[in-house]
Write a protein that binds this ligand. Structure first.
Ligand SMILES: [Zn+2]
Ligand SMILES: [Zn+2]
Length: 429
């Protein structure tokens, strides 16, 4: 016996993690189900990759990024290998694409989606956790702007239905190997001239990752970047044409957007199209529901032949936060969990058999504490949101019957025990 444990306070979930209890757990599941259905309709198929990867996979994303430098959960396993809990999904998916030689084995683009946890040691805030869930889609092996439009359309269409509120779509281009390096140099020398006006973090970013300064919320840094050179003014001709084609496609599909030259996503690997989707239902500091972009160099960075790719990730916790009112109003409340409740005051196995028959017939059904009084069980049935109640009294069961009651109308009648499932199912139709 571990007696010493009894004096400790009860354990709590680690900082930055969250329990999704019903009905929030059900809302999370509904998001995942909705995303799965839509992604499949767009021709994306499910991929599962490990939650842990060799640390090297993420180091290749760029050692200068904040995510890689400061936010990864990295540890040595028992064999002395350095492993990291994935901070995002794309790197592992691209690693799997390269490892399994898919570039030569499957039709391209390889279109996949995933749903799962990622881990970042960030300061927790509302809707942002250290263990967080993302809905993710990737299309690898297509350089054309049409796939960019498709990917953005999938993200927007999902959020239009799931979020239900006002969305803002921000689009930018990060340029490519031909124009991004020269722009980064230009941007860096601009920042060097204003170094004393920048916060300490941004001072450190100038050398390795100057574009991240655009993300800084510090008013001084924002003032500096207001007048900074804009990447959209320095795109090479092919990048400019690519961006135009993406915007034309979004116009054709009726999506409103804003070209936002300040938009740079957290990881270094983005090229050309990047986008972010914000919710008007959330505060400005935490209104991003997700985003993504093109990563034409990433397959090569992870050891494959040069292969373009694009994808996005949407944050489940943020979406739940944005829809907190809407979803509850739509009726996924704690009460609405079962269709039928079996109330038993007869004893024996008739209630077990009736419950089993209902569930086999596809009715969501439950008992309500069969050792309790009829009155207590009926109260539970109402609290569980049941529409139909099956009542098993000693007299009924002795005669091979049960009472079924429709709680909507109050109507009640006797049916044969063997017909309970069919009768309830019929009444629910
Ligand atoms: Zn700053
Ligand atoms: Zn370019």
């Amino acid at each position: 016996m571990m007696m010493s444990m009894s004096t400790s306070p009860p354990p709590q979930a680690p900082k930055g993690t969250v329990d999704f209890l019903p009905p929030d757990g059900d809302r999370l599941q509904a998001l995942e189900d909705g995303f799965t259905g839509l992604a499949r309709r767009y021709g994306y198929r499910r991929v599962y990759t490990p939650t842990i990867e060799h640390t090297e996979v993420f180091l290749r994303l760029g050692e200068a990024t904040d995510v890689v430098r400061k936010e990864m959960y990295t540890f040595e396993d028992r064999g002395g290998r350095s492993l990291t809990l994935r901070p995002e999904a794309t790197a592992g998916i691209v690693r799997s694409f390269v490892e399994h030689g898919l570039a030569k084995r499957v039709p391209l683009p390889w279109k996949v989606y995933s749903v799962g946890q990622n881990f970042r040691a960030e300061a927790p805030q509302k809707g942002r956790y250290r263990e967080f869930r993302q809905l993710d889609a990737e299309a690898i092996g297509d350089a054309g702007p049409a796939i960019d439009v498709e990917v953005i359309d999938l993200a927007m269409e999902f959020l239009r239905v799931a979020e239900g509120g006002e969305l803002a779509l921000l689009v930018n281009s990060m340029g490519d190997g031909a124009c991004k390096p020269a722009f980064v140099d230009l941007f860096r020398s601009y920042l060097e001239g204003r170094r004393t006006d920048l916060c300490r973090d941004c001072g450190e970013r100038i050398e390795g990752n100057p574009l991240r300064v655009l993300d800084c919320k510090n008013p001084g840094c924002r003032a500096v970047t207001e007048d900074a050179p804009r990447i959209v003014d320095h795109l090479c001709d092919p990048c400019g044409k690519h961006l135009d084609a993406v915007l034309t496609g979004l116009d054709a599909l009726g999506w409103k957007y804003r070209v936002e030259p300040r938009l740079v996503r957290g990881l270094d690997y983005y090229t050309r199209t990047t986008f972010e989707i914000q919710s008007a239902d959330l505060d400005a500091a935490q209104n991003a529901l997700g985003g993504g972009g093109r990563y034409d160099g990433l397959v090569e960075d992870l050891g494959g032949d040069p292969t373009p790719g694009i994808g996005f990730a949407l944050g489940c916790e943020r979406i739940l936060l944005a829809t907190a009112g809407a979803v509850t109003a739509a009726g996924t409340g704690p009460g609405q969990t079962v269709q039928a409740v079996v109330v038993d005051v007869a004893g024996g196995t008739a209630a077990l058999e009736a419950l089993s028959a209902l569930r086999k017939a596809g009715v969501s059904a439950d008992g309500a504490g069969w050792e309790r009084s009829m009155k207590a069980q009926m109260r539970s049935a109402e609290r569980l949101g049941a529409v139909m109640v099956v009542v098993l009294g000693p007299d009924e069961v002795a005669q091979g019957t049960a009472q079924i009651k429709d709680l909507r109308s109050g109507e009640q009648r006797a049916v044969a025990l063997s017909a309970v499932a069919d009768e309830v199912k019929g009444a629910l139709r």
